[in-house]
Write a protein that binds this ligand. Structure first.
Ligand code: PSU
Ligand code: MN
Length: 325
């Protein structure tokens, strides 16, 4: 497996010592934001992870290898393009066999992180069930990856370019815990709530780490989705976002945009239509997710180094003891 991976010494050393590492994706750089904001954000996100005491590991495919940890030149190649492919699960073997440059989506970043032994990954928004999926069948491979690959993905929910209720239904069917970080609401990327609920509200990074550890020790493979809402002062105005999304969806339909081009098209149009406002939210939320992911990675490392799972938190006072099963 490692025949296909190149891990930088700093990341490899941290993985080996079980120090906290945060995986980061590259499609957000190449297909999720315009240049030069994309390169500035990629650098800032890495700095946030480092400042929080973890090692950043941005992942991409370069020259026929999965690279875990990138140089400044690599980031520049991804951010500037041209000819950066967007690689989801089905594209990975083709890209590795034929060479070239490709950015990893949530799905392929999870695959690579798992191969390298990195259990925590920070991104902006995940792919999901598209609106109209009942006729288009357009469901992101990110959801299947969350069902099968043991990585905790920290995100700010998903954009309402998607059908959010169906996305949550799909995650439920495939057994993926959806946790809210300090919230009971599933966030809608630019805004702090979608009006939909998460499965469980987590108050601390330790609690998230404990859920990851229990899930995987039980042999229940697959991911954990941690949804962290955009910081309050950076959230975008819901009305403007909704209008831009409606316009972008309409244009995508009229231009017959299909397959893997749908998400990048919608992301680019929403950014153009809303101007700096949405980009500001986008940058702020990914930085905050990186900070939360570093805390979860630290808590998980500490737990793995300890004697076992930490004791369950005591039941709140005044409540009757839980019945024994
Ligand atoms: N949604 C966002 N920003 C993104 C993406 C999705 O708000 O950058 C990117 C991620 O890389 C995600 C991918 O994994 O798009 C999903 O693409 P698709 O819907 O084609 O599976
Ligand atoms: Mn799709």
């Amino acid at each position: 497996m490692h025949d296909f991976l190149s891990i930088t010494p700093a990341v490899a050393d941290a993985i080996q010592r079980r120090r906290p590492v945060v995986a980061l994706e590259s499609t957000i750089i190449s297909h999720g934001m315009p240049y030069p904001e994309n390169i500035a954000t990629a650098q800032r996100v890495e700095a946030v992870v480092s400042a929080a005491g973890a090692v950043p590991a941005t992942i991409a495919v370069l020259d026929g290898r999965i690279r875990i940890g990138l140089t400044a030149e690599d980031l520049e190649r991804l951010a500037r393009g041209p000819h950066v492919a967007k690689l989801s699960r089905r594209d990975l073997p083709v890209a590795l066999a034929t060479g070239g440059i490709g950015a990893t989506t949530v799905a392929t970043t999870m695959i690579a992180a798992r191969m390298a032994g990195i259990p925590v990954f920070a991104t902006g928004g995940i792919g999901g069930v598209h609106r109209g999926a009942e006729s288009s069948f357009d469901i992101s491979a990110d959801l299947e990856e969350l069902a099968r690959t043991d990585v905790c993905v920290v995100c700010s929910g998903a954009k309402s370019i998607l059908d959010l209720p169906k996305t949550l239904e799909y995650l439920e069917t495939r057994g993926v815990p959806v946790l809210g970080f300090g919230t009971a609401d599933f966030p809608a990327f630019y805004t702090r709530t979608s009006g939909l609920s998460v499965d469980h509200r987590c108050g601390t990074a330790e609690e998230v780490a404990r859920i990851m550890a229990v899930k995987w020790r039980m042999g229940l493979g697959g991911g954990v989705l941690l949804a962290n809402p955009v910081p309050e002062d950076s959230a975008a105005a819901p009305g403007a976002i909704a209008t831009a999304i409606a316009t972008a969806l309409d244009e995508a339909g009229r231009r017959n945009v299909q397959g893997k081009d749908v998400t990048p098209f919608l992301l680019a149009r929403v950014t153009e239509l809303t101007g700096g406002d949405s980009l500001k939210a986008n940058i702020a939320l990914i930085c905050d997710n990186a900070r939360v992911a570093a805390a979860v990675a630290a808590a998980y490392s500490q737990q793995q180094a300890g004697p076992g799972l930490p004791p369950k938190p005591a039941a709140p006072k005044g409540q009757p003891p839980r019945p024994r099963l």
